[in-house]
Design a binder for this molecule. Sequence first.
Ligand SMILES: *[C@@H]1O[C@H](CO)[C@@H](O)[C@H](O)[C@H]1NC(C)=O
Ligand SMILES: *[C@@H]1O[C@H](CO)[C@@H](O)[C@H](O)[C@H]1NC(C)=O
Ligand SMILES: *[C@@H]1O[C@H](CO)[C@@H](O)[C@H](O)[C@H]1NC(C)=O
Ligand SMILES: *[C@@H]1O[C@H](CO)[C@@H](O)[C@H](O)[C@H]1NC(C)=O
Length: 958
Amino acid sequence: MGVQVLPILLVFLLGDSIGDAATNPYDFGAIKGLMSDWQNTPPNWVGTDPCGGDWDGIVCTNSRITSITLSSMGLTGSLPGDIGQLSELQILDLSYNRGLTGSLPTQIGNLMKLTNLILVGCGFSGRIPDSIGSLQNLVFLSLNSNGFSGQIPPTIGNLSRLYWLDLADNQLTGSIPVSKGSEFGLDMLLHTKHFHFGQNQLSGTIPSQLFSSGMHLIHVIFDNNRLTGSIPPTLGLVQSLEVVRFDRNSLDGAVPANLNNLTSVQELLISNNRLTGPLPNLAGMNALNYLDMSNNTFDATDFPTWIPTLQSLTTLILERTQVRGGPPVILFSIFSLQRVVLRHNQLNGTLDIGTNRGNQLQLIDLQTNFIDNFKQRAGGYSIEVILVDNPICLETGAAGQSYCTIPQTNTSSYSTPPNSCIPPVCNSNQTSSPNCICSYPYTGTLVFRAPSFSGLGNLTYFDSLASSMMISFQFYQLPVDSISLSDPRKDSYDYLLLNLAVFPSEGVSFNRMSIYSIGFVLSNQTYKPPHLFGPFYFIADQYTNFAEVQVPTTLKKSSNIGVIVGAAAGGFALLLLLALVGVYAFRQKKRAEKAAEQSNPFVNWDPKKSTSEILQLRGARWFSLEELKKHTNNFSEANEIGSGGYGKVYRGTLPTGTLVAIKRAQQGSMQGGIEFKNEIELLLRVHHKNLVSLVGFCFEQGEQLLVYEFLPNGTLKESLSGKSGIRLDWARRLKVAIGAARGLAYLHELANPPIIHRDIKSTNILLDDHLNARVADFGLSKLLREGERGHVTTQVKGTMGYLDPEYYMTQQLTEKSDVYSFGVLMLELLTARTPIEQGRYIVREVRVLMNKDKDLYNLQGILDPAIGLGTSLKGLERFVELAMRCVEESGADRPTMGEVVKEIENIMVFAGLNSKAESATTSASYEEASKGYATHPYHNEDFSKYSGGFPPSRIEPQ
Ligand SMILES: *[C@@H]1O[C@H](CO)[C@@H](O)[C@H](O)[C@H]1NC(C)=O
Ligand SMILES: *[C@@H]1O[C@H](CO)[C@@H](O)[C@H](O)[C@H]1NC(C)=O
Ligand SMILES: *[C@@H]1O[C@H](CO)[C@@H](O)[C@H](O)[C@H]1NC(C)=O
Ligand SMILES: *[C@@H]1O[C@H](CO)[C@@H](O)[C@H](O)[C@H]1NC(C)=O
């Protein structure tokens, strides 16, 4: 696709800003109309030619205005009907201008080309005009956080390309419209993925007609309304659902049994309604992370046995649900569990948390139950247990127990820490950035509507959010120095709020162009938070410290940033962004050559200049081919450190002195643009200390290069073969095994969507300078996309000897295929033999030789002598057993990588090795889980299909 698109875009982009055409008079008239109504328009809105001049926030194609993005400009006034004259307008973003009030004009329905209408966090009120249903090209409609009232216009059902519908946080009333006869209704929105209607006053029943199996909804968020009646069973037909919030309504009746069919739902909140009947059995919803069914009037029931089978559960909230009997110990062994709230039930007997509890468990709240015994286990608890108002706390002497008092609400005090620098004292209203520079940040509140976690004490979550957002801003080449997040908190509706501050990298404040560009990245959902944060919106504070750039009117300015952001806006695939950024760089260069005579006021956008700053921020970045040539001495042979099917690998030295490994695809063996994009996306999303991380990439002049961190100790293969001169004794081998296993477990269990490596082997395990293992080469990796959880059918790829026979035969790829390869790798660690050596297969060899009655299981003969034969090889037998379980014929009989990690940890403890320190860092790095880019529940959404592209007509749907 990229191949066709790129030239077209080139023509388009080059044609655009160079033209001298004066603005179309109707468009100019419309802008005049807006200006007469608005206060605080950008100061450079002067003259008569919005397209030819340098008008902030306006992007044109030839003489026609195609995009107006003015978020956070402090605009006041109303939206006059003149807007309807902009017949070529595709994007309108006026978000975060609280001073924009009044109702939307009917004429908005004339904007037939409009794809993105974004009015988040303004002061608009009145009815949403029915004419909105005329906007046939609309893809993205965000009217949330205003004061709109009246009914949801049924005509919205006519917007067949609509992808995102956000009407939340208004004062909408009436029922949810569905079609009848010739009337439109929201049931017609088959392509829409997001229904965000929460925090309104919608009433009536949720029509069963609203949902059908042909829909593609992933978020249905109806919380905090006045909806009545029962949950329609048709909801169970929408297999794509990932988030369902019906909480805080007046729903009654029984929960339909077929909700259990929704196997992708991760967050389900149906609390604070009047639901009756039995507590629903949701055993089939095995992707559930967050479940809240509190404050309903379900029938009394014993603690449901299906709950402990939900292996992804982080949060269980069942307050006042009439649950009785003893709380089962097995519940607390759910690995991911963080909070359990079972207040006001009839639970009795003993609370036993067991010994096999998940390591993230933070809170068990059993206030007001009938618990009379608490089985305390050795080892101490970091878990907060609340048993106030239970018989156990009425016993004499119990009052002193910590679990008999309600703890102070411990709010998380997270704030992005300084980046190894000492924060200066800033004067007046400036703030110190994480890089310790005083400036005026762009601030606001991020609101997450359904996070999949509840442990706010887990600070790495917020670090990962901050770094993924920074990467996103870097992608759009926005002049952002750093960002800071602080004060995570839950509001009374279970929304997660966070303060965001974005700091400028040029001078002490942002100019207008930067502010509306950053605002747009957030208002248009161009930025995707890590998966576990789920759907979000942002409300900006007004920015008052604009840097005023004096733009000489004689100087031509192109609207690059507008174009880049505009294009991204509709949410283009990364590839397109890359293409655009590439085009941008190309034009930047041309302009530099051409306009050397004039001082360029936009040097701050020059990607070359911001190099070192961006590198400081650890995120991946775009390199120019020029730079990489320089860093590798023009790809000199002396810098060649490896080669493979893919091409060659070079050592490079960045100006900072950092060594990098640069993988350059061979001409001819180049991946398709899509695969290259996939690999970058994948590498950006994963971040773990046992994975090789990406420093940057280059996609230019038909070249594809990936820049990785450089690992001095080479591959595991080299060490095992004695080539590298590093001797791996038993302890070191265990350390390599645990590292590689952790990296792989991360890919399987914490990356989202999960990633299957597909090519685990000793040449893909690199060793850092402390001999920690790092898993490398994701070239063959397969993302488990939506609906593929479990297995995917693929063309078999991998390396003979490591290849899972089951996968080979069935072509069904699962995580267990990696487990097989890992088992082979473990045997290689023991024997230092290539898996297939002189026609002999290591797995078979070991199986044949192995005798559990003998010392070292009778394997002395094939153990690598360098392992330290003769010394204590404590745990080796258990290691062999584990390896053999990994290479079981049937995937179902193999352990998961998580289990492998646990067992190797146990072996290390058994061998007297310090696995304590290791595991402390493990859990921390595990929690870095989704550090990275674009991992969120709607990660796989393909905006480009429906996208309000730029220009949309030129983008081929995939
Ligand atoms: C959904 O659940 C119902 C009953 O709960 C069942 O009869 C039906 O076959 C299920 N549908 C699918 C698609 O699994
Ligand atoms: C249940 O209702 C009570 C008050 O009726 C409220 O304080 C509590 O927060 C609710 N619990 C949940 C989990 O929503
Ligand atoms: C818990 O309560 C149930 C009745 O709800 C009763 O049958 C059971 O014996 C009680 N268990 C204990 C340990 O008290
Ligand atoms: C700092 O902010 C306050 C109010 O927000 C304002 O009154 C004051 O003038 C500002 N000071 C400077 C130096 O900008």
